[in-house]
Ligand binder design. Sequence first.
Ligand code: FES
Length: 273
Amino acid sequence: MFEILEKESLNPTVTKMVVKAPLIAKKAQPGQFIILRAEENGERIPLTIADYDREAGTITIIFQIVGKTTMRLQDLSVGEPLPTFVGPLGSASEIKGLKKVAVIGGGVGCAIAYPLAKALHEQGTIVHTVTGFRNRDLVILEEAFTKVSDRYELISDDGSTGRKGLVTDVLREWIEQGERYDEVIAIGPLAMMKFVSLLTKRYGIKTIVSMNPIMIDGTGMCGGCRISVGGEVKFACVDGPDFDGHLVDFDEAISRSATYRAFEARKREEYCQ
Ligand code: FES
């Protein structure tokens, strides 16, 4: 059993949990994920490893409360165990040798972007970060990103915190100011990753996106994370989750991601009754 050691609300819909899982913490790398169940016989869901502490033997997860399973997870308290917590799964992000990187995070995707920014910073890479949120109430990890970034800008859609605008506005500015990046890493809503990739393609900057948001069971069985990358069929949970953003067919991914929305809403309503 995997005990919940800490639980913290980061904003009204996003929660951080620290879970005792020494064997996973020993091997975890940025970009990988775990699969958990919030209750016996419950649904298995994949969640990205937001942080790990090898000495303490803990894994940190950050989740958005969107469906029945994440609502059940949210109802658990410190001291309670998770019946299933498996990992680390997926390929680790390849960051060795990168000298200067722009990390772009959007919404809850910042929970995936943070361990990458931290690992880059720890290996001596210059890290420039832009994080974007709809409004100030949804901001997460601002202080954490500040600590691991050599340059940091917070953006909100409505201007209620940070600068008003889009993450691509800042990235374009930085590139036009002469910043030269080995790579841009974008993690967030599909539309955000699409427009970051379109922008960087114009400047010829290699761009990695995490297709984590489209994963469902994380086992290669459900087919929900199927995407086209450079004309080839790939599965985000098995072949990724990181892919070359210039090759991903985002329009197809965006249309497929809407498939389970009605089902999720129905399950959420059932759980609340
Ligand atoms: Fe189900 Fe990848 S998440 S096949």
